[in-house]
Design a protein around this ligand. Sequence first.
Ligand code: NAD
Length: 264
Amino acid sequence: MMSRAMNKLLLEGKTGVIFGVANKRSIAWAIAQSLANEGMRLAFTYQGDRLKESVEALAGGLKGSLILPCDVTSDEEINAVFAAVDKEFGKLEAVVHSVAFAPREDLETDFINTSRAGFKTAHDISAYSLVAISKAALPLMEKAGGGSILALTYLGASRAVEGYNVMGVAKASLEASVRYLAANLGPKNVRVNAISAGPVNTLAARGIKGFTGMLHHHAEKAPMRRNVELEEIANAGLFLVSPMGSGITGEVMFVDCGYNIVGL
Ligand code: NAD
């Protein structure tokens, strides 16, 4: 049995990198806070100067955090993040991948009209980036004796959800990448999991056509008759990233008030 010494935080002395904070509603920010509350020191990345101020304003409030630019379509920028983390932290126990994008036109059109370019972009940013980030993180996790990588996904990966379109196909690729990475990195004591979150009103979610209707539908049909709270996703993230989740890898865990189990 794991015992927890009085006053010892779960993640004291541990370090992590968070990809995907845009603002205070971001799932990445909720997870970051739950990790920081348990003592983890964090590095944050922001996508382009547009988001720099917002990420600095949030992350600046956490002691010892690093703030670095990173567009995940660039291997150079990904490598620069981990070089800076190596210099400052010297090792790494956690990575949170909370990044997704598909061009608006491809989300708004019927799925059959998905463009080749939109398909590529959605997969590059939302799925391949997990592989590239894991590769760059691995040497630092090996230095720590192991680590945990967490991605964010949605039910549209395995079911056809109206309006989710090419993003659902990219999430299927992300979930398969979680399994292949978990199989590949397990021997190095690196775990890779995903949380499949119910809908939450964030910047990215507003790009989905009919998102407000989706929120109402979920709240009506989910066994718990409500939508999931950001804090609940963050708590599940803490569980999977921390030693509490030490026996779990390659898993997609639903945090959706039970919506995914319902038929009619
Ligand atoms: P968000 O808009 O707060 O976060 C999305 C992030 O992706 C932003 O920080 C954005 O800067 C980043 N991003 C996009 N393109 C990028 C690029 N090229 N390089 C680097 N970063 C890039 O929205 P969110 O809802 O918190 O999304 C986080 C994750 O959660 C996504 O993977 C999303 O698909 C997933 N998710 C969201 C919901 C929901 O309902 N909000 C449900 C299930 C899963």
